[in-house]
Design a protein around this ligand. Structure first.
Ligand SMILES: Cc1cc2nc3c(=O)[nH]c(=O)nc-3n(C[C@H](O)[C@H](O)[C@H](O)COP(=O)(O)OP(=O)(O)OC[C@H]3O[C@@H](n4cnc5c(N)ncnc54)[C@H](O)[C@@H]3O)c2cc1C
Length: 566
């Protein structure tokens, strides 16, 4: 154990600003680390330790009782942890010279000071409300707190809302879409980017967009909001967009992201990073050795790209809170950085991701250098087809070349998605390669997976490519002048529709028709998903042909064509 961060009396006085994910977890951990420490947690809102992640589901009546969102109360913190919790008390100033904070009791108006040996900031992030015309109209909401969810629920009930517009197609936006639709409200999304879920690459977002459309949600992609106008009697709002469109609705949810709350830290002269978050080291210490900061308010290192990033997720906030408490109380815990492991339900499908997307790799590189990477797509099912209820699943796996280190993964499907991303997330944390994925021992029974789990298969496809057993090519990279596109499906499948210029030769006929194939050109076979074309690749390579398998088959081709038309 290292030296404890000590107060003059040998009894550290720890003040914590913010009483939800990072703050509450820091407070509880601090008590578990020290029975002597004096711990005071300030929260300007009326609740501590509430489940902000559950708020969309409370709005949607999936969690009807607000009390179920309260993970712990001030009384619980007092009774179990001997922590002094002060709700509706806002910390307004940090006096670093005297090591004091100034607090306003919002119920009495009383302003007072408290001294600290260690101060932890976990003030979170504020939903962005851009200064657009009409932004303050009644009926335009953000969702961060329990009082926000109360206002939204009240508006829906009292106005009998029929039409809602959600601005922003990220995690919170899509959760709100699902929950509003679940209450019988007709929902439209306005999203500035040409896709929903910006953490995904566009080809992985496309199935989500299709699913939203199938569920009756109207998407307006690639168009930013320019302002809001009330109708004459004030009962409806028109959302105006930059392209000149106007969409009428009864309420608007703004879900266009969050900004770290750094006012307190900035005014106290703590270092703020280029992305606008509080700068901390890997022990969550700010530029002042007596002040720590955690959660949505801080900048963290992305373990894949090596760059600073902002990541508003509950898991990292909780872990950072624990680490700050450890370090303050003498244990040298280290925060490893983030890889952005996240999951979201969108009606009947689940979407999850970990590590870098292809877009991030292209834009940020790895440790300041251009990323050398490749990718595989696996269109499969969550468990063996012969067991009832198998559901489609698509995996995109990104890995570095030539060493095969796993860099990122995205999975979309109806079932078993979170399980695959969690395995891949752990693989990234442990610096695993696609060769490790190939060999991973994962649980299997027919209703849960396959003897070769989709994670194994994704690893095998990538490992086979890196070993040169079955090199890969992507639709966008095919040199059509040099390569012969070979459709290895059945003649019936070929006749029902095939890729332009493709020659048909079913995989089972290849061995008898090899003299028809060129030896002076590359052959690129495809099927529906890349499975039969993998066999074709092996047969032809073993017979001396120059072959690369088109990964993802016609399923990826359809997506590729739709995206190229955008
Ligand atoms: C609707 C919604 C859904 C979400 N869903 C998920 C999800 O499914 N999965 C996931 O991983 N993450 C989710 N998140 C994100 C997750 O909730 C946050 O990343 C996490 O709560 C951040 O913890 P934090 O401690 O940094 O900030 P918060 O939990 O926001 O807590 C900060 C607290 O500090 C208080 N505060 C700020 N300044 C002061 C001050 N000066 N004095 C006193 N108190 C102050 C604020 O009132 C606030 O209560 C969701 C967030 C929202 C809003």
């Amino acid at each position: 154990m290292d030296q404890q961060f000590q107060g003059a009396a040998g009894r550290p006085r720890i003040l914590i600003v913010g009483g939800v994910a990072g703050g509450a977890s820091c407070a509880a951990r601090a008590r578990r680390m020290s029975e002597e420490a004096e711990i005071i947690m300030f929260e300007r809102g009326p609740f501590v330790s509430f489940a902000n992640c559950g708020l969309p589901y409370h709005v949607g009546n999936v969690i009807p009782d607000e009390a179920d969102l309260l993970v712990a109360t001030p009384e619980h913190f007092r009774a179990r942890f001997n922590i002094d919790v002060r709700v509706q008390n806002e910390v307004r100033l940090i006096d670093r010279d005297s090591k004091e904070v100034e607090v306003k009791d919002l119920t009495t108006g009383n302003v007072y000071r408290e001294s600290y040996d260690a101060l932890v900031l976990s003030p979170g992030a504020t939903p962005i409300r851009p200064p657009l015309p009409g932004i303050d109209l009644p009926g335009i909401f953000v969702l961060r707190t329990i009082p926000d969810s109360r206002e939204i629920r009240e508006w829906i009930d009292s106005r009998q809302v029929k039409r809602a517009i959600v601005v922003g197609g990220g995690f919170v936006g899509l959760e709100m879409v699902e929950n509003l639709a679940g209450r019988g409200i007709s929902v439209e999304i306005v999203e500035m980017l040409p896709q929903v879920m910006a953490v995904l690459d566009p080809e992985m977002a496309l199935p989500i967009e299709d699913h939203l459309t199938a569920k009756g949600v109207t998407l307006h992609l690639g168009d930013a909001v320019a302002g809001f106008e009330p109708d004459v009697d004030g009962n409806a709002i028109t959302v105006r967009t930059k392209s000149g469109q106007g969409y009428a609705c009864d309420m608007v949810i703004l879900a266009i992201g969050v900004r770290p709350e750094v006012k307190l830290a900035g005014e106290a002269g703590l270092e703020i990073g280029e992305l606008g978050g509080i700068r901390v080291d890997d022990r969550m210490r700010t530029s002042d050795g007596s002040i720590w900061a955690v959660g949505d308010a801080v900048e963290v290192r992305d373990v894949i790209t090596g760059q600073w990033t902002l990541l508003a997720l509950a898991g990292p906030a909780n872990r950072q809170g624990r680490i700050a408490a450890d370090v303050i109380l003498g244990r040298d815990s280290v925060f490893r950085g983030v890889q952005g492991t996240a999951v979201c339900g969108v009606f009947d499908i689940t979407v999850a991701a970990t590590g870098a997307s292809e877009r991030t790799l292209r834009r940020n590189g790895i440790n300041g250098k251009p990323a050398q990477y490749d990718k595989v797509y696996l269109h499969t099912t969550d468990h063996v087809d012969y067991y009832p209820g198998a559901r489609d699943m698509t995996i995109k796996l990104l890995f570095s070349t030539p060493d095969g280190k796993v860099l990122g993964a995205q999975v979309v499907g109806e079932d078993g998605v979170a399980k695959r991303i969690d395995v891949l997330s752990m693989a990234i944390q442990k610096g695993a390669t696609v060769f490790d994925l190939e060999e991973s021992e994962l649980c299997y029974a027919p209703q849960f997976g396959a003897a070769k789990d989709p994670v194994n298969i994704a690893g095998m496809i990538a490992a086979n490519a890196l070993r040169g057993d079955a090199p890969l090519v992507h639709w966008e990279d095919i040199d059509r002048a040099y390569s012969m596109i070979l459709d290895v499906r059945t003649p019936g499948e070929y006749e029902a529709g095939h890729v332009e210029g493709a020659v048909n030769m079913p995989v089972n006929a290849l061995r008898g028709r090899m003299e028809e194939l060129p030896r002076d050109r590359e052959i690129v076979p495809y099927c529906i998903v890349g499975y039969r074309s993998y066999f074709a690749t092996r047969i032809l390579r073993l017979n001396g042909f120059n072959v690369r398998n088109i990964i993802g088959g016609t399923m990826s081709h359809d997506i590729y064509q739709r995206l190229s038309r955008r």
